[in-house]
Design a protein around this ligand. Structure first.
Ligand code: DX5
Ligand code: ZN
Length: 217
């Protein structure tokens, strides 16, 4: 059963609580929390204080995507009862093995993300330790970009490796997923689909959540 993780980066921040609840009640499996520092990516989004303000609402668990340098310095800030995964970028971690252990020390799932141009082989030695691999299907930094097709080949290859070795991590894709391409994304073998503008850009956010969730199956 595929999962849907709407990215609140594309929500209307003046109505963040209301819209986060809408997608959660309509069947979103997670809320994807995009954190950008203006260094690792050329944009600044929001930090833990915004995420934590959702804690008092009955929203879906958090799927935190840290697009920041020195993520170890901030991991603890993103741990709440709702935090399911914290994902860091391979490109931002000098000591990735240590960072994965650090995430696990908080009792949450550890994810690692790869930019489109970063090869899968860079994760070879940690695939048995991670709970999630996030394949970026756009260059991170902004919502509303178009999916880069070759990233689906990375998903296929990663799934092959997982199946051959018997690993258990989830495969997530992030960037440019919309109702018109979600079918091919699912067929490539992903378990979790992130959609930002594809959900929050719709005239009826709840209806779009149900629609995409139905297509993910
Ligand atoms: C990109 C972010 C994505 C983004 C997805 O840097 O990591 O999660 O919000 O937005 P869409 O679905 O609009 O490409
Ligand atoms: Zn993201």
């Amino acid at each position: 059963m595929g999962k849907l993780s709407p990215s609140i980066l594309s929500a209307d921040f003046s109505r963040l609580g209301e819209q986060s609840l809408l997608v959660s009640e309509a069947g979103a499996d997670y809320l994807h929390v995009d954190v950008m520092d203006g260094h690792f990516v050329p944009n600044i989004s929001y930090g833990a204080v915004v995420m934590k303000s959702l804690d008092k609402l009955d929203v879906a668990p958090y799927d935190v995507h840290l697009m920041i340098e020195n993520p170890d310095d901030y991991l603890g800030d993103f741990v709440t009862e709702r935090t399911e995964f914290i994902t860091v970028h391979q490109e931002a971690c000098t000591h990735l093995d240590r960072t994965i252990d650090h995430i696990h020390s908080y009792g949450v799932g550890a994810g690692v993300s790869l930019n489109p141009a970063t090869p899968l082989v860079t994760l070879e030695h940690v695939l048995n330790q991670v709970d999630l691999v996030l394949i970026m299907s756009v260059n991170p930094g902004f919502g509303g970009q178009s999916l880069i097709p070759y990233t689906l080949d990375k998903v296929r290859k990663l799934k092959e490796i997982r199946d051959a070795k018997g690993y258990e991590f989830q495969i997530e894709i992030d960037g440019g997923v919309k109702p018109d391409n979600v079918q091919s994304v699912v067929e490539s073998g992903v378990d979790i689909v992130v959609a930002g503008s594809g959900v929050f850009g719709a005239p009826d956010i709840a209806e779009r959540t149900r629609e995409m969730k139905g297509m993910i199956g």
